[in-house]
Design a protein around this ligand. Sequence first.
Ligand SMILES: [Zn+2]
Length: 224
Amino acid sequence: MTNLIDRHNSEPESTDMTITAPFIDFAVPGTIHVPARGRLALKLRKGQKMTITDVKGQQVMDMIAAMVDDPNERLSCMFSRVSSGKWDLNEGYTVYSTKCTPMLNVLHDDNGTHNMTGGYCSQWSNAIRYGTGKTFTCHDNLVGDWEELGLDVEKISPDMCISLFMNIAHHADGTMQIQEPTTKPGDRITFEAQEDLYIGLSNCPEEHNPCNAFHVTEMDVTIE
Ligand SMILES: [Zn+2]
């Protein structure tokens, strides 16, 4: 197991104790195991590849992203659809930012079913759908990721989240239905960073609907 975020090796020695920027380095090559309900925050350097593997199958991973140069420029599902002219993310797709800058290219995709309409599970969406009180959700994980990266959690928005392997049916009568993922054990998707990026990942803990087939499991994240 490799620690993707090496906090100690590449920052220059300094006696100046004034911290003006988050003290966190770019990811190093290796694989990290994200347990069920877990999360991972990292920085990807332009040209690095990130593979997300659904180890046991039928598990969703939510992903948010922002530019290192300007974290206010964030991943946008809406502008990705507009810029690519495609509803669905799959092999060959480019993910764009709020300023229509290419952020991530999809180099490989075993499954081809992902949610590009935006959104993540939250205590509020669980409450209105399932009458629950406070529940642990992707939003909690993504807030943890952004805090770890030193970013403004108030800037997290549903439009900046892609739900990898999430299977939502869009019916002809206008209704939608969350269905079990179709991923098999070992299915993976590989992205290549087109800019230096902040990435927040949440291994979706939702068990009130079929989005994780009512059985949350681990995921692997590999950096090359
Ligand atoms: Zn979720």
